[in-house]
Design a protein around this ligand. Structure first.
Ligand SMILES: [Zn+2]
Length: 100
């Protein structure tokens, strides 16, 4: 969804990033992903890479905000942030997750 107002940063609003550790069992031993809001509202968080959609086979996510897994922060998310790229929209069914 290219014209989604959430993933296209509006002019004048700085993106704000949140580290999110998945709430699924075992994710504390994995890397955490970055989530971004460009509206200022945490209800509009989008992950910076597709793996941040950690539930329902890529349709939703559930995270502990501000927590980092023992493998640090996802390299893809960090790279996308450095490049100024937007968060990624959910693509239902894009990848298997163990949790719904
Ligand atoms: Zn990531």
């Amino acid at each position: 969804m290219k014209n989604d107002p959430i993933s296209a940063p509006p002019v004048g609003i700085e993106p704000r990033y949140v580290i999110g550790m998945g709430r699924n069992d075992g994710e504390e031993k994995q890397c955490s992903h970055l989530y971004v809001t460009t509206t200022g509202s945490d209800r509009d968080l989008l992950p910076m890479c597709r793996k941040g959609w950690n539930r329902s086979d890529g349709e939703s996510f559930s995270i502990f905000r501000g927590h980092t897994g023992s493998r640090g922060i996802c390299k893809t998310c960090q790279k996308r942030r450095e490049q100024g790229l937007p968060g990624v929209d959910a693509v239902p069914g894009s990848h298997k997750t163990r949790w719904i």
